[in-house]
Design a binder for this molecule. Structure first.
Ligand code: NDP
Length: 296
């Protein structure tokens, strides 16, 4: 029987654990604070930001929000970032991507105080992660690690193929999984759009992580027998329903399930983990900034 990996359940366990850490912080007079910054009015981004705020309320993190007009000059966004860097109530914040075309996202990230960079995208945090001294692990890769751990999927000595080399998923996940650590020690192959013989590389893996943004790219014929399949992809495709679309992953679930020993669904797999790990990083940020030890 193929095990369906329940990201909602694991994420809710992580949130429950965080509630204890948040109580410890409260006993010392600190309430962790997370701010979201949204430039422009992209509806999907608005939904993500709202979800993040709701998640905060649920576990007792104070949430703040800053809106910046989509047509405003980049300097307006930089001013808000500078203010958040100075705001002691805000322990962590994220600038929701994508930003408008006239704003350089890399420059935005460079301006975030690395101690408040709960996305883990600042070059200092990326460098620390690569050096094996991670501060904030980027939420999606960290969530994938926690899912594997929750289902006792051994990474040590495992052949892992990651499809996708983005800065937010593929690259940091590859870096985390090759670390000399209990949740690392894997042998990792990272694939991308120029990879030749993709199917060969996925088929030979013990663990396949699909993070390409290509609907149902990885089907059952590309999965080795009893492999573990982690589908990071979230893609809107046209559908004959009320909304006019449905969400599908980067994996063709039904055929992959036939081959896999365990597989994440979309939705309900990696997505909830990403959200939970943002809360985790916020608690970590508060603990570091206030010098209060909490269990994480
Ligand atoms: P990006 O578009 O930044 O990167 C996609 C990567 O996949 C690139 O490296 C690209 O190659 C590679 N790729 C694209 N098509 C193919 C293909 N046909 N064969 C092989 N490689 C391919 O995407 P993200 O990493 O930001 O996101 C990936 C997916 O994960 C998206 O669906 C996104 O919505 C989802 N996502 C989900 C999250 C969650 O919480 N569940 C969080 C973050 C993302 P190249 O570099 O050569 O262009």
């Amino acid at each position: 029987m193929t095990e369906i990996i329940d990201g909602d359940a694991v994420a809710s366990e992580i949130r429950a654990g965080l509630t204890d850490s948040i109580e410890t912080l409260a006993d010392e007079g600190t309430r962790p604070g997370l701010a979201t910054v949204l430039m422009g009015d992209d509806p999907a981004s608005e939904t993500y930001v709202n979800m993040k705020q709701r998640d905060c309320e649920e576990v007792g993190i104070e949430s703040y929000h800053v809106d910046v007009d989509g047509d405003a000059p980049a300097e307006d966004l930089y001013d808000e970032i500078a203010a958040l860097n100075e705001n002691d109530d805000v322990h962590g914040y994220i600038v929701q991507a994508p930003v408008p075309d006239h704003v350089d996202y890399r420059e935005v990230i460079r301006r975030v105080d690395p101690a408040k960079d709960v996305d883990g995208f600042h070059p200092e945090n990326v460098g620390r992660l690569v050096a094996g001294d991670a501060r904030f692990r980027p939420c999606t890769p960290h969530g994938v690690q926690k899912l594997l751990e929750a289902y006792d999927v051994e990474t040590e000595g495992a052949d892992v193929t990651i499809v996708g080399r983005s800065e937010i998923v593929g690259k940091p996940l590859a870096n985390l999984l090759i670390q000399k650590a209990d949740d690392g020690n894997a042998t990792v192959t990272v694939c991308h759009s120029r990879t030749e013989n993709l199917a060969e590389k996925t088929r030979s893996a013990d663990i396949v992580v699909a993070a390409a943004g290509a609907p149902e790219l990885v089907d059952g014929s590309m999965i080795g027998e009893d492999a573990v399949v982690i589908d990071v992809g979230v893609n809107r495709v046209d559908a004959d329903n009320e909304k006019g679309y449905e969400l599908v992953g980067d994996v063709e679930f039904e055929s992959a399930k036939e081959q896999a020993s365990a597989i994440t669904p979309v939705p309900g797999g990696v997505g909830p983990m990403t959200r939970a790990m943002l809360l985790y990083n916020t608690v970590e940020a508060a603990s570091l900034q206030e010098g209060i030890d909490v269990e994480l």
